[in-house]
Design a protein around this ligand. Structure first.
Ligand SMILES: Nc1ncnc2c1ncn2[C@@H]1O[C@H](COP(=O)(O)OP(=O)(O)O)[C@@H](O)[C@H]1O
Ligand SMILES: [Mg+2]
Length: 373
């Protein structure tokens, strides 16, 4: 770690705690002593070529949008380059997919895709592309509906570009480098095919491919080609075939209320995952498509299935049950509102749900399976 708690960087940013680190940077939670607010300080990890970090910060600062983490400052301390960014209290989408959600129901998927698309549109409209768009570069607030969604690391797009270009070259010479490069490993499932063959010319359409891969991951619970070397092989096959063959989630069409939305989302995914970059939609077209989707952005809560199936006093059973809400109280749900793919509702299962008025009790819809706590 480059900094210790209590250290004040550039006379203004006090390190409160080490927050997290990824393939390229260390992230600290800091207090901005001048403006009395919490900020994130990002500094390249040791060994990362960081010549372009300041240039990257300038690029990040050009993207001003609620769906993009704000670049606030760039400072140097003892030759360490530091980017100061808005601190987002929550979890990145990568961690949420790894430990909270199994997959996302159509409405929540549409909400996430719509917000990512708006952030991308803002960047693309000022001529900036991300190049390393992946779930861990998408911050979400900790609530069940991910009220806040912000893209991050536009500022290090250039850095990622250099790092990934070197990694891809190394991988081409020695396939074992993939396992040793967390940067490349994290990026692989979302990297557009042209990134492999012509990295310097991969541009905005590569971000659109990444958006399609992320949308696919939300709905399927895994990226289009999976991860690791297997993903590279499948990608190469798709590139040879000139098209991506994907099976839609097998639960599509089983929930009448969202059947149309499911198809529209899948069409969107497929349009983004086209081998020919020129055929993919532009970010503003995707935003327009998302605006036309009929999806619910109702707040979500979490809870546990307490009763399923419900038994009537006369001995019959209903394909319905009750949820113990984390916020207290109970609510009713029907099997038709349960999004669990092949999983059936089980007592004790953690779920994410929206609540609607109902008599004699409130009714939950949708009810989305979560991973065990
Ligand atoms: N602005 C921010 N506020 C809070 N946490 C952040 C912010 N930016 C990044 N993070 C967290 O720090 C982690 C490490 O960042 P980074 O080094 O960019 O790793 P990664 O390769 O996973 O993107 C991210 O995965 C994310 O969870
Ligand atoms: Mg990152």
């Amino acid at each position: 770690m480059k900094f210790n708690a209590g250290e004040v960087i550039a006379g203004r940013y006090r390190i409160d705690a080490f927050h997290l680190e990824g393939g390229m940077q260390e992230v600290y939670r800091c207090s901005d002593l001048a403006l009395d607010r919490i900020v994130a300080l990002k500094t390249p990890r040791d060994g990362i070529v960081d010549k372009r970090f300041s240039r990257g910060a300038q690029m990040g600062a050009r993207v001003v949008h609620p769906n993009v983490a704000a670049t606030l400052d760039y400072v140097e301390e003892d030759s360490h380059r530091c980017l100061i960014e808005e601190f987002i209290d929550g979890k990145d989408l990568g961690r949420r997919l790894a430990s909270d959600f199994v997959f996302l129901d159509p409405s929540l998927s549409a909400w996430v895709v719509h917000n990512i698309a708006k952030g991308l549109q803002a960047a693309h409209s000022v001529g900036i592309c991300h190049r390393d768009l992946k779930p861990s570069n998408i911050m979400t607030s900790a609530d069940g509906h991910m009220d806040i969604i912000k893209l991050t690391d536009f500022g290090i797009a250039k850095l990622a570009e250099m790092e990934l270009e070197v990694e891809i070259e190394k991988f081409e010479q020695d396939e074992n480098t993939l396992t040793s490069s967390s940067t490349l490993l994290g990026a692989v499932p979302y990297l557009a095919p042209e990134c492999w063959s012509d990295w310097p010319n991969a541009g905005q359409p590569a971000d659109i491919w990444a958006l399609g891969s992320i949308a696919c991951h939300l709905l399927l619970g895994k990226p289009p080609f999976g991860g690791g070397k297997g993903a590279i092989m499948k990608m190469a096959q798709a590139q040879l075939a000139g098209k991506v063959e994907l099976n839609a989630p097998q639960w599509f069409g089983k929930h009448l209320e969202t059947a149309v939305l499911e198809q529209e989302l899948w069409t969107l995914v497929q349009s983004c995952l086209q081998i020919n970059p020129a055929l993919r939609p532009k970010a503003d077209e995707i935003v327009q498509k998302c605006e036309a989707l009929c999806y619910s952005a109702a707040p979500r809560q979490t809870g546990v299935i307490e009763i399923y199936p419900h038994k009537y006093p006369n001995g019959g059973t209903a394909t319905a049950g009750f949820i113990a809400m984390d916020s207290g109280g109970k609510a009713f749900f029907h099997i038709s509102d349960f999004f669990g793919a092949e999983v059936k509702p089980q007592v004790g299962q953690r779920i994410n749900f929206s609540i609607a008025a109902g008599r004699p009790r409130e009714r939950c819809s949708p009810v989305l399976l979560l991973q065990d706590a």
